[in-house]
Write a protein that binds this ligand. Structure first.
Ligand SMILES: [Zn+2]
Length: 245
């Protein structure tokens, strides 16, 4: 097998490695009633405020309206969660300081069991650290703190401590979390074994090739420049490829 083929096999293994579903635990909306109540109260107030279009800037009103639609759909059965994600994203494009829209996006991802939700929750916590004027129109400080608490507790239940690390992504936590699930644990062990096996085969093969090419020669022998075959110094041409020595 040539080195290239080995590399190809190795890459094939790496690409086939599709991470199994990390965890299938309950979403934040299913888990934390206090959070859901704060979210419902905030959404109700937001819908009331957005119908008035009270902001001077159109972008702010648009942002609020889209956030309201997306947030409302999260509270309904059988909502189109992908649409909610898009809507919440657009609300953030309209007005970037709308951290409630970030929360709505994170919740919609979380409801779908998508791992990006973790990052979105962390972005939300970072962005919402200061209760800004835009939000005070519909978000009172009780609900504000209740929702932040809910998100933090939820992340912590997954082994992520947003307040203790400024890191946006922690590989160690991801791995810890990953290994907690029994199904993930075994499927990952198999995948890791296969990956480890192919990696060692690859390294072994490469090492053997390099050894063949560069190992020190005994006296009276030379290496063919073209095919690396070791031949006697007395030879005029390589036994293997017939090129001049
Ligand atoms: Zn040769």
């Amino acid at each position: 097998m040539t080195i290239l083929k080995r590399v190809f096999v190795f890459i094939l293994f790496a690409v086939c490695y599709i991470p199994p579903i990390l965890y299938a635990s309950a979403s934040l909306m299913q888990k934390d009633e206090r959070f859901v109540r704060a979210f419902e109260r905030t959404t109700a107030k937001l819908l009331q405020v957005s119908s008035g279009k009270d902001f001077k800037l159109k972008a702010m009103n648009d942002s609020l309206e889209k956030t309201g639609k997306a947030a409302k759909s999260l509270l309904l059965q059988g909502a189109d969660l992908e649409e909610a994600v898009q809507m919440a994203k657009e609300a953030q494009w309209d007005y970037s300081e709308n951290s409630f829209a970030m929360l709505v996006e994170a919740l919609a991802l979380d409801q779908q069991g998508r791992p990006e939700a973790v990052q979105s929750f962390q972005d939300y916590l970072e962005q919402s650290e200061h209760h800004n004027r835009f939000e005070t129109q519909f978000l009172n400080s009780v609900n504000f703190h209740e929702m932040r608490r809910g998100v933090m507790a939820y992340l912590e239940s997954q082994g992520i401590h947003p307040m203790f690390s400024k890191k946006r992504f922690s590989l160690r936590h991801e791995v810890d979390q990953w290994m907690q699930n029994p199904i993930a644990k075994y499927s990952n062990l198999i995948v890791l074994t296969l990956l480890g096996g192919s990696l060692s085969l690859f390294l072994f093969g490469t090492f053997r090739k390099l050894w063949k090419r560069y190992r020190p020669l005994e006296k009276g022998f030379v290496r063919c420049k073209h095919c690396q075959t070791v031949v006697s110094k007395l030879m005029l041409e390589c036994l293997n490829c017939r090129s001049k020595i």
